[in-house]
Design a protein around this ligand. Structure first.
Ligand SMILES: [Zn+2]
Length: 106
């Protein structure tokens, strides 16, 4: 009965599950409650396993109500003063992302 406590894999598995949850959230776009639930699950998992959400995930949902963003549906994107402004169409939360082109890791 080997129990591999330590190691590479826990975080990697968590990361994979997070990816899957975001995929599901995307697929459930027309069921906002369901997709928000997938997003919360993914966030919980990230917190528990202490993995960071990759940028594309972090920006794909509302930090306040966890709605999965659907551009043109529940998300308004504007560019102002060198920043991207995301406005959640559900709770109205505003996220500002600086637009600097320093080699962003993908
Ligand atoms: Zn929101």
């Amino acid at each position: 009965m080997a129990k591999a406590e330590k190691g590479v894999s826990t975080k990697k598995i968590a990361q994979e599950r997070i990816d899957i949850l975001f995929e599901r959230a995307k697929e459930a776009q027309n069921e906002p409650e369901l997709s928000a639930r997938y997003v919360s699950l993914a966030r919980e998992m990230a917190m528990k396993q202490r993995v960071r959400l990759v940028k594309c995930h972090r920006r794909s949902f509302c930090p306040s109500c966890h709605a999965y963003f659907i551009p043109g549906e529940n998300l308004r994107v504007r560019i102002q003063h060198g920043k991207i402004i995301y406005t959640c169409g559900i709770c109205g939360a505003v996220t500002r992302i600086p637009l600097n082109k320093k080699s962003e890791p993908r």
